[in-house]
Design a protein around this ligand. Structure first.
Ligand SMILES: N[C@@H](CCC(=O)N[C@@H](CS)C(=O)NCC(=O)O)C(=O)O
Length: 230
């Protein structure tokens, strides 16, 4: 089956989480938003289906899935990148939704008042929001993942690499880009080892070295504004 991933072109954003699952599994997929006239195609499909509230969303035949964590969970189940028993599946989903919360908070460091106005219109508030994120929330979220690894072994859920491990890789990459100084202070050896394991997976390593992997930039979720990094 060919999967259709719909997301904004030009940024990794939330679309990167399902993209990593598709790439790691070697799935056949179309990255529709990056086609010529991709945004128009995406908006037409959204209007036609009515289901997804916002990109990213995925079409798999008759199935339409929105919300990043739901998409990665669905793909993980389909593509052999999720635990198979209910305990493991829901442990993975719990972690995926927690990572989605972290992604929202990372976004809100540069858009603390509204996503509808540019960062430049909300810089004082962004500075305050980023301080709390750096000092309290990054350590809390990453400490949670580090503790899970201490309890579960080398992967976050189940016994093998799953979609949540790929998502953990992505948040480490994003946070390192956005907050290099704050990230240098984190004591998360197990999580960094997991990051390296994920990055070395052959299909992902090939993807990460390819042009399909866009660089981080100041339009996406993880943005590097030095003034927000303390
Ligand atoms: N909770 C949703 C959030 C989706 C979302 O905020 N998507 C952004 C791009 S990363 C968007 O296009 N938002 C448009 C809007 O909210 O109107 C998810 O995790 O997928």
């Amino acid at each position: 089956m060919q999967y259709e991933l719909y997301y904004w072109p030009g940024i990794q954003g939330r679309g990167e989480f399902p993209r990593l699952v598709l790439e790691d599994a070697g799935a056949d997929y179309a990255d529709v938003g990056r086609d010529k006239d991709g945004i128009a195609k995406m908006q037409a499909v959204m209007a036609e289906l009515g289901v997804p509230f916002a990109p990213p969303f995925l079409r798999a035949g008759d199935v339409v899935v929105g919300q990043t964590a739901a998409i990665t969970s669905f793909l993980g189940d389909r593509l052999g990148l999720a635990p198979r028993d209910d305990g493991g599946r829901f442990a993975a989903l719990t972690i995926a939704l927690t990572i989605a919360d972290l992604v929202d908070e990372a976004h809100d460091t540069h858009h603390p008042i509204t996503g509808g106005e540019a960062y430049e219109t909300q810089k004082p508030e962004a500075k305050l929001r980023a301080a709390g994120f750096r000092d309290r929330r990054i350590p809390k979220f990453l400490g949670y993942l580090e503790n899970l690894l201490a309890k579960n072994g080398q992967v976050l859920a189940g016994n093998e690499i799953s979609y949540v491990d790929l998502s953990a890789f992505q948040i480490i990459e994003g946070l390192r880009y956005a907050f290099p100084k704050a990230m240098a202070k984190q004591k998360i050896p197990k999580l960094l080892a997991l990051r390296d394991t994920v990055a070395a997976r052959p299909r992902l390593a090939a993807y990460l070295a390819s042009k399909r992997r866009l660089p981080f930039n100041e339009h996406g979720i993880f943005r590097h504004y030095p003034e927000l990094d303390g």
